[in-house]
Design a protein around this ligand. Structure first.
Ligand code: GDP
Ligand code: MG
Length: 163
C-alpha cells in the first residue's frame, strides 16, 4: 500500500500548486484568491522513484479568529490521521505569519512526522522568510518553488527516509 503525504498550511502559500506539481496534472484549482481549494483532494504523486498518495487540504479563508482552530481541526484531522507525513507549507516571500505559527504549533502537538516547506523560494525574495522559519521549531525548511519546479530533489531527499 502506498504511503500518504498531506499538504497543510494557510491559504495562498501554494499548496495546490505543489499538489499539481507532484501529481503531474492540474487536479487542484490554483488561484490568487486565498482559500480557493474548497475540498480536500487526493492524487497519485510521483517524485523521481517515490510513489505516494498526496492530499491537498482546504483553506480557511472564511474562518474568523475565534473559530479558526476548530475549523482547522475539523478539516484536516481526518487527513492527518491517515497520513504518514505532513508537509507544512509556508510562503517564503511573505515570511512567517501568525497563522503559520498556529499551524506549526498544532502539528507539533500531533504525533506525526512533519516537514517544513518554504515555497516561492525562487530567486532571493524568500531568503528572509527562510531564516525566520527556524522559529517554528520544525527544523530546516526545504526550499522549493512549486510553480517553477525547483527544489524537488531536496524534497525527495527529505521524504525518502520517512516514507
Ligand atoms: P493554496 O491556497 O495554498 O492552495 O495556494 P495556490 O496553489 O492556489 O497558490 C496561490 C498563489 O501562489 C497562486 O497565484 C500561485 O500561482 C502562487 N504560487 C504558487 N507557488 C508559487 C511559487 O513557487 N512561486 C511563486 N512566486 N508563486 C507561487
Ligand atoms: Mg489550494
Amino acid at each position: 500500500i502506498k504511503p500518504t503525504v498531506v499538504i497543510v498550511g494557510r491559504p495562498n502559500v501554494g499548496k495546490s500548486t505543489l499538489f499539481n506539481r507532484l501529481v503531474g496534472r492540474k487536479l487542484a484549482l490554483v488561484d490568487d484568491t486565498p482559500g480557493v481549494t474548497r475540498d480536500r483532494r487526493e492524487g497519485a504523486a510521483q517524485l523521481f522513484d517515490l510513489d505516494f498518495t498526496i492530499v491537498d487540504t482546504a483553506g480557511f479563508e472564511d474562518a474568523d479568529a475565534a473559530s479558526l482552530a476548530g475549523r482547522m481541526r475539523a478539516q484536516t484531522d481526518a487527513a492527518l490521521g491517515e497520513a504518514d507525513v505532513a508537509l507544512l507549507v509556508f510562503d517564503a516571500r511573505a515570511g512567517v505569519t501568525p497563522l503559520d505559527r498556529h499551524f506549526a504549533q498544532w502539528l507539533r502537538s500531533h504525533d506525526m512526522k512533519v516537514l517544513l516547506v518554504a515555497n516561492k523560494a525562487e530567486g532571493r525574495a524568500g531568503e528572509g522568510g527562510v531564516a525566520e522559519s527556524y522559529e517554528l521549531g520544525l527544523g530546516a525548511p526545504i526550499q522549493i518553488s512549486a510553480e517553477h519546479g525547483e527544489g524537488l530533489a531536496d524534497l525527495y531527499e527529505a521524504l525518502m527516509p520517512v516514507l
